[in-house]
Design a protein around this ligand. Structure first.
Ligand code: DUC
Ligand code: ZN
Ligand code: ZN
Ligand code: ZN
Length: 484
């Protein structure tokens, strides 16, 4: 049974052209004009684009004494509703736990996914077991990206010696290092000080994580990655301080990428000064929302190419869960949602406001990350042979974002009341229609795991520092006698 997407305009990261797209058995089999098929989808007036890839989600994540509320079923349903056809979640080992055991838990949760997915492996502790497991994960589990938390002291955080050890191991095996870059020691001290001074409300969360803690950690991670010779992906780049470090590293020829979130691009710190406690607490995430200058920096980074990918860090907690932190902001579960809204919000505030071209939109929502993850052109492309993960995007379709009509299982939406223009007419996951004009036809369990091989050719940091200073003992003729 073939399906032809007819009369649309194909938009990829580098081309825009009129063509029909023919799909069969989950893949794109033909692109051209006047194609015929068993079934036709009308794309008149629409852009036919690679489905979005959100490389940063936390579905059913055990965190801060609870679990994030969207699981692989509701999370991927929300993704599809907004035109995203692949998510990448983080598998988190407990302290002392083998990476492979942690992955088994994520395998079990993900069987309910409505769209394709992959995992990043988190390195939350260090030891011989982890050293060995990294090789097994890369060679047998189709995972080549490894995340390190430089914050969450006493929980997920790893120290510099552990970072360096892990980065060197990844460099050797063709992996990519990822970091949550915030200085966890400084955050912990600021949190204690704020609490002692009676600053217990959600606004104190933002005071405890200023841009400097992110800028410092980003710089540190870049330098450690350079010494290890590993490429580095900095998740949730929220401010100029971190962006500046990434920009400079790129200029120096280092393979470093930055990932702003749609929340940081479109929501600012004034949300924390709302007098309603719930309103502010629902927006507590790390890093916190920033001021307008930082937002301008992130948009400029997407325009110039110094920032590469727009993600969500989707980690949704209900109002009831957020209230665990009444009287102590450090106990408010960190995280916000965004899976359903990333594409429409970025289109509206990016393309709609003249900040991004449609091609740049495709690059930062899909193609760039598919290349970094090494699953391009299976994903992130409209090409013959690629998976038919396609969004037929209607640039005239509008809605007002509201928790009342969202797929996510939580009781609010941080974008509540925002008007968006640009929404999916159809979302196809491996050729299957999951969304048609707002009607959701997602199929639980349809999602497959996307295996990603290490890319030893591409995944090399470009710094030559190591070769220039390779340790070589200096030969000397006059060696003084020991002793005096
Ligand atoms: N930040 C969040 O806000 N939530 C999940 C983890 C993280 O780093
Ligand atoms: Zn993080
Ligand atoms: Zn995260
Ligand atoms: Zn229709």
């Amino acid at each position: 049974m073939s399906t032809v997407i007819k009369n649309g305009t194909v938009v990829t990261a580098d081309l825009t052209y009129k063509a029909d797209v023919k799909v069969e058995d989950g893949t794109i089999i033909e692109i051209g004009l006047g194609l015929k098929g068993d079934k036709e989808l009308d794309a008149t007036g629409c852009y036919v684009m690679p489905g979005g890839i959100d490389p940063h989600t936390h579905l059913e994540m055990p965190f801060m004494g609870t679990y994030s509320s969207d699981d692989f079923e509701s999370g991927t349903r929300a993704a599809l509703a907004g035109g995203t056809t692949m998510v990448v979640d983080f598998a988190l080992p407990n302290p002392g736990e083998s990476l492979l055991d942690a992955l088994k838990r994520w395998d079990n949760k993900s069987t309910r996914a409505n769209c394709d997915y992959s995992f990043h492996m988190a390195v939350t502790w260090w030891g011989e077991q982890v050293f060995d497991d990294i090789k097994t994960v890369i060679e047998t589990r189709g995972i080549n990206t490894f995340k390190h938390f430089m914050a969450y002291k006493g929980a997920l955080m790893v120290n510099d010696d552990e970072l360096f050890a892990s980065f060197k191991r990844l460099a050797e095996l063709g992996g990519v290092a990822m970091v949550h870059a915030e200085n966890g020691d400084v955050v912990a001290e600021l949190q204690a000080k704020l609490m002692a001074e009676g600053n217990t409300g959600p606004e104190a969360h933002a005071y405890s994580r200023p841009p400097q803690v992110e800028g410092e950690a980003t710089n540190r991670a870049i330098m450690i990655a350079d010494m290890a010779g590993v490429p580095l992906y900095v998740v949730h780049t929220s401010c100029e301080d971190s962006h500046e470090a990434i920009r400079r590293a790129k200029m120096q020829g280092k393979r470093v990428w930055g990932e702003p979130l749609i929340q940081h691009l479109t929501l600012d710190e004034s949300e924390y000064f709302n007098t309603d406690w719930d309103h502010a607490a629902r927006r507590v995430m790390s890093p916190p929302f920033r001021n307008k200058q930082h937002q301008d920096s992130l948009w400029a980074g997407l325009q110039s190419g110094s920032l590469s990918v727009v993600a969500t860090d989707h980690c949704a907690f209900t109002t009831e869960q957020k209230r665990y932190g009444v009287g102590d902001f450090t106990k408010i579960p960190n995280g916000t949602g965004g899976l359903e809204d990333r594409m429409p919000m970025l289109w509206t505030y990016g393309v709609g406001m003249g900040r991004l071209t449609p091609n740049e939109f495709v690059a930062v929502t899909s193609t760039n990350i598919a290349k970094i993850l090494n699953c391009y052109p299976k994903k992130g492309a409209i090409l013959v042979g690629a998976d038919a993960d396609i969004v037929v995007w209607d640039p005239e379709k509008t809605k007002t974002i509201s928790a009342d009509s969202q797929q996510s299982s939580i009781d609010y939406n941080v974008f509540e009341g925002k008007d968006v223009k640009g929404l999916p007419r159809f979302t196809l996951t491996r050729g299957q229609i999951a969304v048609h004009d707002g009607e959701i036809r997602a199929q639980e369990g349809h999602g497959d795991f996307v295996s990603r091989e290490p890319n030893n050719q591409v995944n090399r940091a470009l710094s030559t520092w190591k070769e220039l200073t390779a340790p070589r003992p200096v030969e000397r003729s006059g060696i003084p006698a020991t002793g005096v």
